[in-house]
Write a protein that binds this ligand. Sequence first.
Ligand SMILES: Cc1cc2nc3c(=O)[nH]c(=O)nc-3n(C[C@H](O)[C@H](O)[C@H](O)COP(=O)(O)O)c2cc1C
Ligand SMILES: [Mn+2]
Length: 481
Amino acid sequence: MAYKDLREFMRALEEKGELKRIALEVDPVLEIAEFADRAVKNSGPALLFEKPKGYDIPVLINSFASMRRMEIALEVESVEEIAGRIVEFLEMRMPEGLIGKLKMLPKLAEMGAFFPRTVGKGPCQEVVRASGFSLLDLPVLQCWPEDGGRFITLPLVFSRNPDTGKRNCGMYRMQVYDERTAGMHWQTHKQGAEHYRRAEKHGRTRMDVAVAIGADPAAMYSAILPLPPDLDEMMIAGFLRQSPVEMVKCQTCDLEVPAQAEIVLEGYVEPGELRTEGPFGDHTGFYSLEDQYPVFHVTCITQRERPIYATTIVGPPPMEDYYMGKAIERIFLPLMRLQLPEVRDIAMPPEGVFHNLILVAMRKSYPGHARKVMHSIWGTGQAMFSKCIVVVDEDVDVQNYSEVAWKALNNIDPERDIEFALGPVDSLDHASRLPNYGSKMGIDATRKWPGEGFTRPWPGVIRMSDEVKRRVDGLWKQAGL
Ligand SMILES: Cc1cc2nc3c(=O)[nH]c(=O)nc-3n(C[C@H](O)[C@H](O)[C@H](O)COP(=O)(O)O)c2cc1C
Ligand SMILES: [Mn+2]
């Protein structure tokens, strides 16, 4: 049974020993972050701070911060089950041909049963404050010493495509400026930013935005998924939880939010109004420097009578977002394999913070095949950000980073096997020549073929014979080892 809301998820975590309540008074300025960082680095539980210093709203953090908690969140024994469900669905109804298959992608979510459902009332509107509200009443964290302020880090940001009317939900952090305004950190490649550009182009003076904080875990998780534009995250959430997400109309803007949310900020952004956002200790492990982002104006805060504030921190990896990303890697592999069936497995090591490094194992079938795979990844959704792609043959286990380093480094002639490409890079890349634009590197570490101009013999990997191994198994004991 799908969790109705954040509380049911928390109850499940608590029953499984995955959530610790903390009754001590702890400061949302830096202290909660330090607790969260230590907990995740020590494989500790999710934390519920019942008494954040100066506030009467409890703070939940690290609720997704392990593979086990991701499984509890998505109600599976292994996140691969979701990949399995996707494959099953695709095999069942998949039309022939690449075009047909691609067209089918949005269909994945369009299974009537999982469509979001609009309801008339929801707990997220138990308390409605269209005046006299303040963002400063929320126990928003300052995460790191040099942060430019306090940041809402786990918000579900809803907006509508001005051209198609389709809804988008993305997770974009929000710096609290004062009682009624916050920064809206949607990076230029993200859907919120695209909606904003379109609103500006249409000469709109306002674009409605609504933000839900704390909801059922599938709805929260869907906000970070790298989905195609105009594919409703709330439908995908319905697919994940196998039950529709209930949505309720906002009080002061033309958007809907999950009815079971804890806290909702309704408001708008104005095209053209930008303000300095940052610095912010980011998931690269470095500070993202100040930049200009739109200002979100709050028109109304609605909430439960006793809401819970859900948050996270990012910073030197691994942090909570690493586990969220690892689950994406597992869930999206079958979708990537629709376009690239030669791909056996992929891995994004935590130190690569998603966009810096992707390891790919593939079945090579023709000369130049590894390079085709690289370029295809650079051409696919948010995988376009991959700064370094290492492609190895299918016999390499890419989940074993030590094996990849060993084999890949042996297999390359750098000048021959490294390919550079120019293009869009992640907004968080601080080394690229320009913001959002720079180079990427593909390393073809597959075995080279004569068809690729390599005519020398290629050596095999050293392995002892099974027969000798068996003999030595016996001798080993006799030798007293
Ligand atoms: C904890 C966390 C914080 C994030 N913060 C931001 C952010 O501030 N800005 C941003 O553009 N993306 C951020 N992301 C990544 C986006 O949520 C992600 O790229 C998502 O797919 C965007 O959705 P969209 O394609 O609908 O725009 C964050 C992800 C996580 C897990
Ligand atoms: Mn989206």
